[in-house]
Ligand binder design. Structure first.
Ligand code: GLU
Length: 317
C-alpha cells in the first residue's frame, strides 16, 4: 500500500480547527440519554477505497449511530430481498419534511431515510423476533464497519421508554410492515442504539463507496448494484429536510444522525465520518456540516463540480 498522503491528514486537521469555534446548536434531548452527551466531542475520519485511513480529533469516541444506520440497513434489506420487493414497501422520493413526520405515498413511507421508512426496512430484516432482527442488523452493520459492534443499552432503553412517536409512525405504516409494529420499532430502536465511532462510520461509508466491498477486511458486504442504489437515495434523501440544499452545496451522498454523526462519500474514492453532537434545527451536526462543506469546497469534492469532472476524465467515443 502506498504511503499515507500527508495532504489529506493536514486537510483533516485544518477542518477540525475550522469547526471548533462553532459552539452554536444543542445536543439532541428528545431521547433523554442523548442529552448526556459531551457537546464538545469533535472528530473526523476518512477512509479510501484502497484502505488508506486518516483521522483527527475524537475519531475513536463512541456515540450511537442513530439515523446514520438507515442507508446501511436499507442496503442489507435490498441485498436480501431485491429492489423490486423493497420498492413495494418503501419509496425513494425526498419527503421535504422532518425525519419524524408521517410522510407517506399511499401506504408506503416516502423513503428509507426518514423514521417511518427506516422502521419498515427494519421490519423486513431477517428474524422473527426483535432480538433476532436486531442481531442480523448488528452483524450487518459490523460487516460494513469491519468490527463487531454492540448496542448501547442505556440509549436503547431510553428510546424504548420515550419512542411513542416512532410507535405511532409504525402504526401508520402497518400496511407496509413485514412484522408486527412492536417487533419493527424495537428492532429499529436497537439499530439506532448501536455504538460506533467516526472511524467506524467512515469505514462503513468507504464500503459503500467501494461498491459494497469493505476496503479494510475485503468482505463484499453488499453487491455493486445495491451500493449504487443506496448511494443515490442518500444523495436525494440523506440530510433530513435539508437534502436538496445539501446536494447543491456539498454534492456528496450523505446521512446524518441525531447523536452527531454524519457519513459522506465519494463513489469509487472514499468515505468520511464526522462526529460532533451539537445539532441545528433540522437535526444535522453543525460542526459536521462545517467540516464536510469545507472539505468539499477546498478539495473540489462536489460530484457535479468541474474539478471532479476533470478527475473522472471524458468518456471517449
Ligand atoms: N432513534 C432516533 C429516532 O428515531 C433516530 C433519529 C435520527 O437520528 O434521525 O428518533
Amino acid at each position: 500500500m502506498a504511503a499515507p498522503n500527508a495532504r489529506v491528514r493536514r486537510a483533516l486537521d485544518t477542518v477540525l480547527a475550522e469547526a471548533r469555534p462553532h459552539t452554536e446548536g444543542a445536543v439532541a434531548d428528545y431521547i433523554p440519554q442523548l442529552a448526556l452527551a459531551d457537546p464538545d466531542g469533535l472528530g473526523v475520519a476518512l477512509v479510501g477505497v484502497k484502505g488508506r485511513t486518516y483521522e483527527a480529533g475524537d475519531s475513536r469516541r463512541e456515540f450511537t449511530i442513530q439515523s446514520v444506520s438507515k442507508p446501511f440497513v436499507y442496503a442489507l434489506a435490498l441485498e436480501a430481498r431485491g429492489v423490486a420487493e423493497l420498492s413495494a414497501h418503501v419509496g425513494v422520493e425526498p419527503s421535504g419534511e422532518a425525519f419524524n413526520e408521517a410522510s407517506f405515498d399511499g401506504g408506503r413511507p416516502m423513503n428509507p431515510m426518514i423514521n417511518a421508512g427506516a422502521i419498515v426496512v427494519a421490519s423486513l430484516i431477517e428474524g422473527s423476533t426483535a432480538e433476532q432482527k436486531a442481531q442480523t442488523i448488528l452483524d450487518g452493520l459490523g460487516a460494513f464497519a469491519g468490527r463487531t459492534l454492540a448496542v448501547d443499552d442505556a440509549v436503547f432503553r431510553s428510546e424504548l421508554a420515550t419512542g411513542d412517536r416512532n410507535r405511532e409512525l409504525a402504526g401508520l405504516a402497518h400496511g407496509a410492515l413485514g412484522s408486527s409494529e412492536d417487533v419493527a420499532t424495537e428492532a429499529y430502536f436497537r439499530q439506532c442504539a448501536a455504538s460506533v465511532t467516526a472511524f467506524d462510520i467512515a469505514v462503513m461509508a468507504a464500503t459503500l463507496a467501494n461498491f459494497g466491498r469493505n476496503p479494510l477486511t475485503g468482505q463484499q458486504v453488499v453487491g455493486p448494484p445495491v451500493a449504487r442504489w443506496v448511494m443515490s437515495v442518500m444523495a436525494s434523501c440523506g440530510m433530513y429536510d435539508g437534502s436538496g440544499e445539501w446536494l447543491a452545496r456539498v454534492g456528496l451522498p450523505a446521512k446524518s444522525g441525531v447523536a452527531g454523526g454524519i457519513v459522506a462519500l465519494d463513489p469509487g474514492r472514499f468515505g468520511i465520518g464526522t462526529f460532533a453532537p451539537r445539532l441545528d434545527a433540522r437535526g444535522n451536526s453543525i460542526r459536521g456540516l462545517v467540516m464536510l462543506e469545507s472539505l468539499s469546497r477546498e478539495y473540489g469534492l462536489h460530484l457535479f463540480s468541474h474539478e471532479n469532472s476533470l478527475r473522472r476524465g471524458p468518456i471517449r467515443p
